[in-house]
Design a protein around this ligand. Structure first.
Ligand code: RAM
Length: 351
């Protein structure tokens, strides 16, 4: 059951194609930033301005490399101009200067994963006043600062899969800690809140004893893992709902006395987690296809630019190989359900 329920065979073919393009781009040394937006200067009511800029939380994270390459594939498929820009660190307002530059350039749309629900709002609303369509994907802002949010899966679904996984791995009860991304990240904070609610109702013996923040930085996440294990001697499991955090935590556990004793799950990419799953450091973790998420976000940007949708509930738009999508409540589009990776299936994925 690959990327089940909402995923169709057609969608899966698209996902595989997106990965193939990613690999081809890497193989030819093509950087993910590219494209010349200088030619696109009509900022207001610019229905033909398919210059689309992706702004991830930070650069250098394989998750965003993959999502943004999915976006690039989509933009190139409809003849637009793709650009990726972003800060080195995932701090709350580090994206502001990139938003302002995109506004000055007069791009058609910005596709943003937010490090903070409000810190970039003023800049985004200035961009919108200048005619730039704003799509959030992966991590939302307040709804008042964007036209549409492309959500990878529901917060409830993402919370449930991680709590069910850790509960299974620790035998249903015991101390668990969370290693998150940055403290203000909209997506992780929504998932953590839901995880606490779901764990309390389903697993009364499971206690979440601590939440620490690795800021989506590899070394910080590694150090926070070591500190967690020191300060909680009875810890039975760690949930890291960030691809950077779970990979750093797995690397720490792999060579430590805790390997096989303290469980680790969360959200990871198969390529970063493969060795840890194959050697037993990690049993199972979850994610969605980041390339599909970027691809869908780019098609939503196109529909907004061309005025075929405004982002209102019920709006329908074409998303290329992924088929047709409908905007749901809160101007949000849902990609699908999370998917669980383990030793039995991880070899089938390359992202
Ligand atoms: C990291 C980022 C991203 C999140 C994934 C799961 O790459 O924090 O926002 O969606 O993990």
């Amino acid at each position: 059951m690959l990327f089940h329920t909402l995923r169709t065979a057609k969608a899966r073919a698209g996902a595989v194609a997106a990965i193939a393009v990613t690999v081809a781009l890497v193989a030819t040394g093509c950087a993910s930033s590219g494209g010349d937006t200088s030619a696109s200067s009509s900022a207001g009511g610019n229905s033909g301005n398919l210059a689309i800029t992706f702004l991830p939380k930070n650069l250098g994270n394989p998750y965003f490399d993959t999502s943004d390459k999915g976006g690039q594939k989509a933009v190139e498929s409809f003849g637009g101009t793709f650009q990726e820009v972003g800060p080195a660190t995932a701090s709350p307002d580090a994206q502001v200067s990139y938003i302002n530059t995109a506004t000055t350039q007069g791009v058609g749309a910005l596709v943003v994963s937010a490090n903070d629900p409000t810190a970039i709002c003023d800049a985004l609303n200035e961009a919108r006043s200048a005619g730039v369509k704003v799509v959030t994907f992966d991590s939302d802002t307040d709804a008042a600062c964007r036209d549409i949010f492309i959500n990878q899966a529901s917060a409830e679904g993402i919370a449930k899969v991680q709590i069910d996984l850790i509960a299974k791995q620790i035998g249903g009860s015991g101390e668990v800690a969370i290693l998150s991304a940055s403290a203000n990240a909209t997506n992780q904070n929504a998932w953590i809140e839901q995880m606490k609610t779901y764990a309390a109702s389903q697993y009364p013996g499971l206690t979440i004893v601590d939440t620490v923040y690795g800021n989506d930085d590899d070394q910080t996440s590694f150090d926070k893992t070591a500190a967690l294990l020191q300060s909680h001697p009875n810890l039975k499991g760690i949930i890291s709902p960030t691809t950077v955090g779970i990979a750093a935590a797995a690397r720490y556990l792999q060579t430590s006395e805790y390997k096989g004793k303290v469980a680790l799950t969360g959200l990871g990419t198969p390529n970063q987690m493969r060795d840890y799953v194959n050697d037993g450091t990690v049993t199972a973790f979850a994610l969605w296809n980041p390339a599909d998420l970027g691809y869908l976000a780019a098609f939503a940007a196109k529909a907004l630019i061309e005025g075929t949708i405004t982002g209102a509930e019920g709006d329908k738009f074409d998303a290329g190989d992924l088929g047709s999508y409908t905007v749901g409540a809160d101007n949000t589009v849902l990609l699908g359900d999370p998917y669980v990776f383990d030793k039995s299936n991880i070899a089938n994925f390359d992202f």
